[in-house]
Design a protein around this ligand. Structure first.
Ligand code: SIN
Length: 320
């Protein structure tokens, strides 16, 4: 793949995932190993890529090679730093990132909140390994390359199964089917159809960078504050909170039931944790909607985030 810079560069960063996964047989969609093929190999497997690029040049870089269930803060930081580097090049139009589906929504939100890029950064993925009889990775990658070149694309986006999702809303909603992502009530930002982007008309919210973004990119990730996610549920036990506090947790995102209600055993322990200096944020565990009003004596997390994205935002809030 050509690597010299020209005015039509698109950067493709590989991080692993099922899109780069291989199985022993073409029929195996689940017993594969993620993160086996390099980003150059993924691009090499896209039929008609050069024609579709319409003169744009690709610059490839393998930033990581992992199953995204194992995503960690150091990889996030390295990825964000590489994105910042490439986005600052005037000749770079945008970035495509190949990623596993399992934590794609978290990486998408992390990058949006630390970079808030004006140029597009498009994450894509696959639900089937590259060795499948009919893999979905090549089409998803081609669609992502279409979106990143679209004049209206900006900010961090996710592209899967022909839909374009915004960083705040996107979440994985299915463990197996190809169309595994949803933007919930908001709906997708658009679609890729036959190599053309059709925007839904709704724009991604103009998210600004987190005030601690520079610290997140520069400091040692070992110093990032420990923020845990807990869920309220039948039979919830205060010891979940107490053991986290004893172990030194700095923040807790509590995914409450329904409209942010919290099991009484947990609530008492969370209020005690707050009194000891732990920051607690409340969110709903419901897959759609957000907390309305003030249902518990706990501060709500930013609207529209799921618990795992709220964890990222609280971690950045607590970074010093
Ligand atoms: C991963 O998240 O890296 C593996 C699962 C997937 O990509 O679908």
């Amino acid at each position: 793949m050509a690597s010299e810079i020209n005015s039509k560069n698109v950067v493709v960063l590989g991080t692993g995932g099922t899109i780069a996964g291989t199985a022993a047989t073409a029929a195996d969609h689940t017993g594969y190993t993620a993160a086996q093929l390099g980003v150059q190999q993924l691009l090499g497997a896209v039929p008609g890529l050069q024609d579709a690029l319409q003169g744009h040049t690709l610059v490839c870089e393998q930033v990581a090679q992992l199953d995204s269930k194992d995503m960690d803060h150091a990889t996030w930081q390295a990825l964000a730093v590489r994105c910042a580097h490439w986005l600052a090049q005037p000749d770079v139009r945008g970035i495509v990132i190949t990623h596993g589906t399992d934590t794609l929504e978290e990486t998408t939100w992390f990058l949006q909140t630390v970079l808030a890029p004006a140029k597009p950064v498009v994450l894509t993925c696959a639900m089937r390994p590259a060795t499948a009889l009919v893999p979905d990775g090549p089409q998803n990658l081609l669609d992502a390359l279409t979106v990143v070149r679209d004049p209206l694309a900006r900010g961090v986006l996710a592209v899967c199964a022909g839909s374009i999702h915004g960083a705040r809303e996107v979440r994985k909603v299915h463990p197996y089917r190809l169309d595994a992502f949803s933007s919930g009530e908001a709906g997708p930002l658009g679609w890729v159809e036959q190599g053309q982007v059709r925007w839904a008309g709704r724009r991604a919210p103009g998210e600004s960078a987190h005030p601690n973004a520079t610290r997140a990119l520069a400091g040692a990730v070992a110093n990032w504050p420990w923020v845990a996610v807990l869920h309220s549920h039948a039979g919830a036990d205060a010891r979940q909170v107490q053991s986290l506090v004893s172990a030194g947790v700095k923040g807790i995102v509590l995914a409450g039931t329904g409209n942010g209600t919290v099991h009484k055993a947990l609530l008492a322990a969370l209020l005690e944790a707050q009194a000891k200096g732990v920051t607690v944020r409340l969110i709903t565990r419901c897959a759609q909607g957000q907390i309305v009003g003030q249902p518990a004596a706990l501060q709500a997390a930013p609207a529209g985030l799921n618990p795992y994205k709220a964890r990222i935002s609280l971690m950045l809030d607590l970074l010093d």
